[in-house]
Design a protein around this ligand. Structure first.
Ligand code: MN
Length: 428
């Protein structure tokens, strides 16, 4: 077993489950992952708590691991209790476990379950931690001055809206709003002509902090329960017209999509990386600086965006990859820094709050996490393999995000899907 911090027997790549589908190569939910989610099976009126294992869901209450169905309460557990729960899950799901016979009764096939939001999301904050995204978007708006002078000093964010965050698998109508083209003398009202996605990760807050009591950088991970994929759908034409002086508003809050499984911090332990700041960049202020953050603050998570148009769907073509990046390469700040900064003024975070990273574009052109970047502000359409082109999204388009972690000597784990489909705008 490795002496590396946070890695224990639950990460042993040789560990196999009595749930056979979890042992198949390429499975996103092997026994080393164990992400949490909320599901309903046929006849259920309330959400149930489950853990993904292979193509099955282990119901936590039926397995005797919790006596409630409140994910937010489960997420408040301290680090030791969380680790203990992970240990019990890993042991009980391992081949030849004494729990097998009883826990088989607690399995529900994923194909017969509907996944919901993983918890009640009280508040939602979106950061802007992707420096390649911030630079590319800044260049479109301000060619001479792409990165604003505060960017390398202060993690930029805004308060979003939790009420319109949806679980993966939904559809939504194209939003309407005000926009003003360069040639227009006055703004128009109508369906957005520049609808976009944003490739992000969402961080779920576990333990709350009392108002007035900042979360220090070295304590931040005690308050972070885990990660999910997050698509911060954006109407670029609405955004361009409304964003000054207070930032995003109706361009963002019509809908956001989150994947149903929270991959825990514990599961991600093998995939952590040192975090560093280029020597000629400003170094973080003391409250954003720490040895543990330097040693293992970053997470190497491979991310991917796939697009399926209506024509592709009709022809039976699979979604096509249009972008890929990695969280560790894309982010200028770590999640611990985002949490420390968010609370440094005394702001209270609640269990279930969602903190999104911002668009995670990589340095290369095909690593851009939005169509705004991939199409150079709508000037250069991307070409799909069936001959279709896109600058922004058309009605009928589906966007699916994927996330995976892999490292030599460890079992790869995945995040599942974060998918949603754009419909035509509602008639007014
Ligand atoms: Mn965003």
């Amino acid at each position: 077993m490795s002496a590396e911090s946070g890695i224990d027997a639950t990460h042993d790549p040789a560990r196999m489950s009595w749930v056979d589908s979890a042992n198949v190569a390429g499975c996103e939910f092997p026994i080393q992952n164990l992400p949490y989610g909320r599901y309903r099976a046929a006849g259920d009126t309330d959400w149930r708590l489950g853990v993904a294992i292979g193509d099955q869901i282990l119901d936590l209450r039926r397995a005797g691991l919790v006596d409630h169905a409140d994910m937010n309460r489960l997420m408040e557990l301290d680090l030791a209790a969380r680790a203990n729960m992970r240990f019990l899950l890993a042991e009980g799901l391992t081949r030849a476990s004494a729990d097998e016979a009883r826990w088989r009764e607690a399995l529900v096939p994923m194909g017969r379950a509907r996944m919901g939001l993983p918890c009640r999301i009280g508040d939602y904050t979106d950061f802007y931690a992707g420096i390649y995204h911030a630079t590319a978007v800044g260049r479109l708006f301000r060619p001479d001055n792409p990165l604003l002078p505060n960017y390398k000093w202060v993690p930029i964010g805004y308060h979003g809206r939790a009420s319109t965050i949806e679980a993966s698998g939904h559809g939504f109508p194209r939003p309407c709003g005000q926009y003003k083209g360069e040639e227009d003398v006055a703004p128009r009202f109508g369906p957005s002509q520049r609808l976009d996605f944003e490739l992000e990760l969402g961080v779920f807050v576990g333990r709350p902090n009392p108002r007035g009591q900042a979360i220090r950088l070295d304590q931040a991970e005690e308050h972070i329960f885990g990660f999910a994929l997050f698509n911060d759908w954006s109407a670029r034409d609405l955004q361009a017209w409304e964003y000054q002086p207070l930032g995003p508003f109706l361009a963002k809050n019509f809908v956001s999509t989150v994947s149903p499984w929270i991959v825990t911090l514990e599961a991600l332990a093998p995939f952590r990386r040192p975090w560093q700041r280029p020597a000629d960049d400003p170094q973080p202020l003391p409250y954003l600086e720490g040895a543990a953050n330097r040693a293992r603050g970053a997470f190497a998570i491979d991310l991917e965006v796939r697009l399926q148009t209506q024509a592709m769907r009709a022809a039976g073509n699979a979604p096509e990859r249009i972008s890929h990046s990695n969280f560790a390469d894309a982010a200028y700040w770590t999640i611990a820094q985002l949490v420390a900064h968010h609370t440094v003024n005394g702001c209270a975070l609640m269990s279930g709050d969602l903190i999104a990273t911002g668009t995670l574009s990589g340095p290369a052109p095909d690593q851009a996490g939005s169509l705004l970047e991939l199409s150079a502000g709508g000037k250069r359409a991307i070409r799909l393999s069936n001959g279709e082109t896109r600058t922004f999204l058309h009605d009928g388009d589906s966007i699916t995000l994927h996330g995976r972690c892999a490292r030599e000597g460890f079992r790869p784990i995945g995040f599942g899907e974060c998918t949603a489909t754009v419909f035509a705008a509602l008639a007014d």
